[in-house]
Design a protein around this ligand. Structure first.
Ligand code: GRF
Length: 204
């Protein structure tokens, strides 16, 4: 069983998709969420977690001297909860090397990376950019996290069409549906990879 830590800043619909997959979907018996961390106190995702009996922790960046100290607290919380895999599900704060270098971390992005990613490209900005660029398709990407924004190797990506007359809202809704499907799929893929590595190690 893999212990997942989910980092959020908002509504947590992706968190919900992961929770559902762990409870009765493709991650059942393979993964559990051991902690949810938010950098915003009013993030609805915290409530979703608490309702399901999952430890939900608010860490306020303002309580810390700098970003590294804030991330040190995140690191401590992940370590305390024995997290094997960190999932960024709409987490809108930069993670410093003290976290990135110490955990396996994956992120979901609401576009087809490497297009429409990078610093400042989140939420509605992404969908606006896709529409402005007159793309025929968009989608969602789950990728490994390194020290650069939206840069790591892609794990799963799925496309959706951009339809005539789409607004950032209609496109976001279409993409979000795909996000909820591919995040658990990507986690399963990662777990299978981790397990494969374990059995190779065990065989030696
Ligand atoms: C999603 O669109 C995700 O791709 C982006 O932030 C949004 C989070 O939505 N990074 P939710 O909080 O999971 O509902």
């Amino acid at each position: 069983m893999i212990d997942i830590g989910v980092l959020i800043s908002g509504g947590g619909s992706n968190l919900q998709a992961i929770m559902d997959a762990c409870k009765s979907g493709i991650l059942k018996g393979k993964a559990m969420i051991s902690v949810v961390i938010s950098n915003r106190q009013d993030a609805f995702g915290l409530e979703r977690a608490r309702k399901s009996g999952i430890p939900a922790v608010f860490i306020n960046k303002k309580d810390f001297e700098n970003s590294a100290a804030f991330c040190e607290e995140i690191k401590k919380t992940l370590t305390k909860n024995k997290v094997d895999l960190v999932c960024l599900a709409g987490f809108l704060s930069k993670l410093e090397p003290n976290v990135v270098q110490n955990f396996k971390i994956i992120n979901i992005h609401p576009a087809l990376l490497p297009k429409h990613g990078g610093q400042g490209m989140y939420g509605h900005y992404v969908h606006e950019a896709v529409i402005k660029a007159e793309e025929k398709e968009s989608g969602a990407t789950v990728h490994w996290v390194d020290e650069h924004y939206d840069n790591g190797k892609i794990i799963v990506q799925e496309k959706v069409p951009v339809l005539p007359g789409d607004t950032q809202f209609t496109l976001a809704a279409r993409v979000l549906e795909v996000e909820h499907k591919i995040f658990p799929e990507a986690i399963l893929k990662v777990i299978n990879g981790l397990n494969a590595k374990c059995s190779i190690n065990n065989a030696n």
